[in-house]
Design a protein around this ligand. Sequence first.
Ligand code: B12
Length: 495
Amino acid sequence: MKTLLINPGETTGEGRAYGPLTSPHMVLAYLAAYLKARGEDVKIIEMPTYKMSHEDVFEAIKHYAPDVVGLTVRSFNIKSAYKIAVGVKKLSKNIQVVMGGSHATALPEHTLEECADIDAVVMAYGEETLYEIVTRVSKGYKEQKAFYEDVMGVTYRNGGGYIGNGDRPVIADLDALPFPDYGMYDLNKFGKMYFSDTGRFEREFSIFASRGCPFKCIFCMPHGGPGISRNRTTRSPENIVAEMEMNMEKFGAKTFNFNDSTFGINRKWVKEFCELLRKRGLHKKVHWSFETRADLASEELFIDTKEAGCNWVFAGFESGAKSVLEGMRKGITKEDIKKYIANARAAKVPYISASFVVGLPYENRQTCLETRELVRELELDSVGVNIAAVYPGTELFSMVDQGVGGIQWLPGARMNWDIYDRTRAHVRVNDLGPDDIEREANELRKVALRSAAKRNYFKQLRKSAMYFLYYCHADRPKLFHHIKQGIKNLLTAGI
Ligand code: B12
């Protein structure tokens, strides 16, 4: 039985936001490893990173002749996934087309309705569900519905309607899962990241310590989907270290990024994990980074993790305005943010970065100024500035429907998956129209750049020069895009 798993992102070109990933797609590596461990034949196509067109994908399908095609979908690549589903069914009606991922999990029936060539949607965690489907397909039942009937975590097409089989419980023992198999990818095709403290470019490997998140930020889909709610499961430190060691040995991995929605919730666990890294000598061999919340990071947490090899910390601060922070129900305050930075600096964390969002409920011109002020003051090493994006399955989506905090859809934006390109606003909020939101985001980027340079001008300059040289060699179109952006920013930032 052959299964082809596809990340369907468009080969975007510059200007579009969701280009190739710099770290191999973890979700598909997990699903593939699970099937492989059970003797299945499986392949992965990473469209954006391999720069494959839809025609290239169809050629690959003809060549591999899979029985099941599995697509991982988010709102910004769902249209590309539909195109693949249509093409697959043109090639053969017998290939089962299955979708999973956050978008499909949030809107299973709607997804089936929008594209008649999808046979079923897998909701929440997919390893066990996909394997069950593949096993049923291999049995070659006469009736298609037998592939999906009573399979937990599936919504499937039945005649003119849809049948939802209800949620599959979370995978309680994450240690029992096979490690994500990054050997399924052509790793040379992925980009590398520059690390200021070592002065080197490294390939980053995504890793997970836990699935799920108990917090309730309005813009995030509950991990695993609304059905799975906010259940959080954690791997043992031993299991994680074994995965790191395997990737070090197999691929020479030197850099890991913990992709947990929130790392460090359980301090006792973090202590044990850090101790194990030191005991195994990994703190001298690898670097790693994590994302946590402003109110979770004590100086002690930063010291423990830094001594265990962590060289980069990241947090979503989102806003510098009380009303906006309260409206997003993140449960953090400006004081928490300042304390986080003070703790990280006291622990001498080499690289501190954070992200902000412009255009959430209660945002207005005044709150944007307050965020700018905070960013100016923090002098972070890097700042990601996002324009508010309203994803299905989030509380924010319902808030926009109801106009909470002055936020409203732009005409034609609701359920329009073409708008999720990160460069444009698709809502208006209070006295900010879409152009104002985009302008405020740009202003904030400039403030962030100036503030980073103020802390360490030469570090920033060196980073830019290193990326320049890297892209000269590795990705010319990206280089031209960044030069254009950089010049624009530098000229207007007045550094
Ligand atoms: C880690 C992560 C990332 C990492 C990915 C790293 C990597 N190399 O894999 C990085 C940092 C790159 C990233 C970036 C972005 N992300 Co992100 N990310 C996440 C996060 C925290 C976890 C996703 C993950 O890998 N989970 C681990 C796996 C094992 O679990 P899983 O994703 O739930 O997948 C399981 C099931 O969904 C299912 N499944 C998934 N696909 C398939 C396919 C098939 C066929 C089957 C059967 C099952 C199946 O099985 C999987 C295994 O159990 C989620 C948060 C969340 N709530 O899920 C957001 C999330 C997925 N990201 C999101 C967004 C918006 C982004 C960005 C656009 C953010 C930005 N502003 O730039 C970018 C897009 C980048 C890109 N080009 O794709 C949104 C997507 C919303 C949506 N509806 O599209 C989420 C849901 C967060 C949110 N706002 O709610 N992200």
